[in-house]
Design a protein around this ligand. Structure first.
Ligand SMILES: Nc1ncnc2c1ncn2[C@@H]1O[C@H](COP(=O)(O)OP(=O)(O)OP(=O)(O)O)[C@@H](O)[C@H]1O
Length: 276
């Protein structure tokens, strides 16, 4: 396209949109053997948004997060983070660009304390090599102090003071999920992907978790993509949402409008998850 034909005000608007766009997925497709897990998925998440990704079981939600974070890159399409193409970048490199995630199934280290689990979230910021640290330990000292400071601040933010020295395996599910969120936040991400952070929680635990997610956005400036089956949470905290069904987008926009869309209602009633 000849850009000279585009009106200046449109160019300004386009560059402003690009500046606020944290994540953009363009025409993403991922297959596993003959199975098309997701295809033709376009989505974007703007800075400061909480964006909901929903859909019945097997609709491709985790596949999308794995494509974004580099675990299973797309075979077609592209993924842009802050305007830069990160398609196919290794997971640790995506993490270094400020992306953190939690997992659908808890990925905590059971034999370790809450504090040590959260400290592991700092690994993306640990620079000295093992050899340098072993030979010249004073290099590592300031960094270790800094990591401890960050972790203490996160423990305070996530209200985990009372259980900081407990082994994570002794904690109830709601607290384990909170520790996982704390570990992700310890990386000081600018973009956070939460895969079913409230699965298995009771109403009170869900309300707490929703509060922490909102605070992470409001007080720490974190942009959030959340996969969640609880529709009350999606409508309660998400600015926008997108619905997948059989790997394709069937609805996107403001939650209260999207959940009223007949295609979305049908997908949920036909799927194994009823809208809750
Ligand atoms: N690593 C993999 N190897 C093979 N098939 C996979 C893999 N990951 C996902 N799939 C398949 O891709 C499809 C989409 O799965 P995905 O886990 O992305 O769905 P989902 O929406 O996250 O489901 P759920 O809500 O149950 O977590 C499914 O048919 C699944 O079996």
């Amino acid at each position: 396209m000849d850009t000279r034909t585009i009106a200046p005000e449109l160019k300004v608007a386009a560059s402003a949109a690009a500046a606020t766009r944290v994540l953009e997925c363009r025409d993403v497709e991922r297959r596993f053997g003959g199975l098309v897990a997701v295809t033709g998925v376009n989505l974007h998440v703007d800075r400061g948004e909480i964006f909901g990704l929903v859909g019945p079981n097997g609709s491709g939600k985790t596949t999308m997060t794995n494509a974004i974070t580099g675990f299973f890159p797309p075979q077609k399409g592209s993924i842009l983070l802050n305007g830069e193409d990160i398609t196919g970048l290794a997971p640790h490199k995506v993490a270094r660009r400020g992306v953190a995630r939690t997992f659908q199934n808890l990925a905590l280290f059971n034999g370790m304390s809450v504090l040590d689990n959260i400290l592991l979230g700092r690994h993306v910021h640990m620079h000295p090599s093992i050899w340098r640290t072993a030979l010249y330990p004073w290099f590592a000292k300031p960094e270790e102090v800094r990591n401890r400071e960050v972790v203490e601040e996160i423990i305070d933010f996530m209200q985990l003071e009372n259980v900081r020295d407990e082994h994570v395996d002794s904690l109830p599910l709601g607290l384990k999920k909170r520790v996982e969120l704390a570990r992700a936040l310890a990386a000081r991400p600018s973009f956070l992907i939460l895969d079913e952070p409230m699965a298995g929680m009771n109403q009170e635990e869900k309300a707490y978790m929703a509060r922490f997610i909102l605070d992470a956005r409001d007080e720490r400036g974190v942009t959030v993509l959340i996969i969640e089956h609880h529709m009350d949470i999606i409508t309660g905290i998400c600015d926008r949402m997108l619905v997948l069904s059989y790997g394709e987008v069937i609805g996107t926009g403001i939650p209260r409008e999207v959940i009223a869309d007949p295609r979305v209602v049908k997908a949920y009633i036909g799927g194994s998850h009823a809208a809750q």
